[in-house]
Design a protein around this ligand. Structure first.
Ligand code: GAP
Length: 518
């Protein structure tokens, strides 16, 4: 297991049109990213895979722990919700990160992300602590200074520095000691104003998670559809967090997309559904190629649990080993038992009864029917980040192989690959372009709703393969000198470079099978 180069992954992402810095021609905007043509399609493919496997055909038709098919309905809610939604959810009071500012450089840091170097002996002898941001140029720079000052050094979180020593910290990019302010709570929600007057009464927020829209519409979904608990509500969409220190490419952005599902069940079944969703979601990421040592499931310790998950069966994170967390892992998706925290808070704040009447529970009556039971369902929430998912997919796919025509290639799972197939005439003459054009049109018609199909007639065939490898296209079909007589083409596998011959009239079905489209 080796650490991949994040710089190379970012360079390829830019070069091949996966990810661009937002507003780049104006110098960029910290924490915001755009997706280029290949990235936009890759993102759509991941979102579509989630939608298919969570909403249209949940868990591929597998039965839930209650022995019945899993039922999930979709919902599309607004980015701006009533401000009271965020009071009820706890985001106005509690969605804070501690920030420190540097008076000298004007840089802002998330206090819990900053580390410091101090002497191993514990005796500073009047010298400063040297603060740094891991994985930034300040890390090596400050380490050198600390080693010069103390010899052997140890590193620990800035938040562990005693209050009276705060003035003795040299900020990550500062020249003078004592420039860091003490940590202050900073609310991560983006504020905006509704309407023209822009007074404090018009304040609203861009949602920091898609989840709350689903809790707020729970009653409407129950009343207007035929769903019965247990069932889920699923949404995808943009969320916004004014992160103190956005970093690590798209990993911590200020605008990002989530794919969340709130699964409502009776309290007595919450533990079983929690285990079901934790394992199902882990298996889903694996099925998309994030296999092996780079993926892990981690159960939260009691002191890590979010306020809404304190009293539940637990929280687990599906984590990926990103190059910038290596050899550690970073969160890709959280699966939390949120108890009935959200529905009960919304019930309190809205003064609306959000209880569910379950006709199949309660005492069994002499007529064979149940008396029924009213309750606020418990919720299991698998909450995934689409952009983080794309980042993990980009990191996993990125492969270096100096022996190949393209020394860097992207090994995307065929289901996610933005380009599904390439079609080439070996040479641009002898009737080959006509056959390849015809095959291209056939594949385009059949597969373009899943991704691009490319027809490339320019340059040597090796160069064309290399271009496709770098873009992560899994299969290339080539019309060559034998095609006209044998009615066969070659198909080249991106990962192995191996080629085989296929009947021309079987190419569509063959590709469909390989892409998992049946
Ligand atoms: N409703 C629960 C919730 O939002 P979360 O762990 O804060 O939970 C869920 O977010 C997922 O959203 C994370 O696992 C991550 O993939 C993604 N996410 C959260 N903050 C993000 C950020 N600043 N940039 C990119 N993705 C983020």
């Amino acid at each position: 297991m080796t650490k991949k180069s994040m710089d190379k992954i970012m360079a390829l992402s830019k070069r091949r049109g996966f990810v661009y810095q937002a507003s780049e021609i104006y110098g960029g905007l910290n924490g915001f990213w755009d997706y280029g043509p290949l990235g936009a399609q890759l993102k759509k493919n991941l979102r579509d895979a989630w939608w298919q496997d969570m909403v249209m055909n949940p868990c591929g038709g597998a039965l839930g722990p209650n022995g019945e098919p899993v039922r999930i309905v979709p919902l599309d809610t607004t980015i701006i919700q009533h401000p009271k939604v965020w009071e009820a959810s706890g985001h106005i009071a509690g969605f804070n990160d501690p920030q420190v500012d540097c008076r000298e450089t004007k840089a802002r840091y998330r206090a819990d992300h900053v580390l410091v170097y101090g002497p191993k002996s514990g005796d500073r002898g009047g010298k400063p602590f040297f603060a740094y941001m891991p994985e930034s140029p300040s890390e090596t720079k400050q380490k050198k200074k600390a080693e010069k000052a103390f010899g052997e050094v140890v590193s620990f979180p800035l938040t562990k520095v005693a209050k009276e020593d705060w003035a003795s910290v040299l900020g990550p990019d500062a020249d003078k000691v004592g420039s860091l302010t003490e940590p202050r709570a900073f609310n991560l929600m983006f504020k905006t104003y509704i309407g023209a007057t822009a007074t404090e009464e018009d304040v609203a927020y861009l949602r920091p998670e898609t989840a709350q829209g689903m809790f707020v519409q729970f009653k409407n979904v129950i009343d207007t559809t035929r769903v019965k608990v247990p069932f889920g509500i699923a949404s995808t969409g943009k969320s916004f967090r004014n992160e103190v220190t956005p970093r690590n490419f798209t990993f911590r952005s200020r605008e990002f997309e989530q794919m969340e599902m709130e699964f409502f069940c009776h309290e007595s079944e919450a533990r079983a559904w929690y285990a079901f969703w934790r394992d199902t979601r882990m298996a889903w990421w694996k099925s998309l190629g994030l296999e092996g040592e780079n993926l892990q499931l981690r159960e939260h310790d009691a002191d890590e649990l979010a306020h809404y998950a304190k009293n539940g069966a637990g929280t687990s994170d599906v984590e990926y080993r990103f190059p910038f967390t290596y050899p550690g892992f970073g969160e890709l998706e959280g699966v939390a038992h949120r108890s009935n925290f959200d529905l009960s808070e919304h019930q309190k704040h809205s003064r609306q009864n959000l209880e569910y009447f379950d006709a199949e529970r309660g005492e069994l009556l002499p007529n064979g029917q149940h008396k029924g039971e009213k309750y606020l369902p418990h919720v299991i929430e698998p909450a995934a980040g689409l952009d983080r998912g794309i980042l993990a997919v980009l990191c996993e796919a990125f492969t270096e192989d100096a022996s190949r025509p393209s020394p860097e290639l992207m090994r995307f799972h065929p289901r996610l690959a933005p380009i599904k197939a390439g079609v080439f005439p070996l040479v641009n003459k002898e009737g080959m372009p006509e056959i390849s054009e015809k095959l291209y049109k056939e594949l385009f018609k059949r597969f373009s709703r899943h991704g691009f199909v490319e027809h490339d007639v320019k340059q040597a065939i090796g160069k064309r393969y290399a271009r496709m490898d770098e873009a992560g296209c899994p299969y290339c079909f080539t019309i060559d000198g034998e095609t006209a007589a044998s009615q066969t083409v070659t198909v080249r596998d991106r990962d192995t470079g191996a080629q085989e011959r296929l009947a021309l009239d079987r190419v569509g079905d063959w590709l469909s099978e390989k892409l998992g489209l049946g």
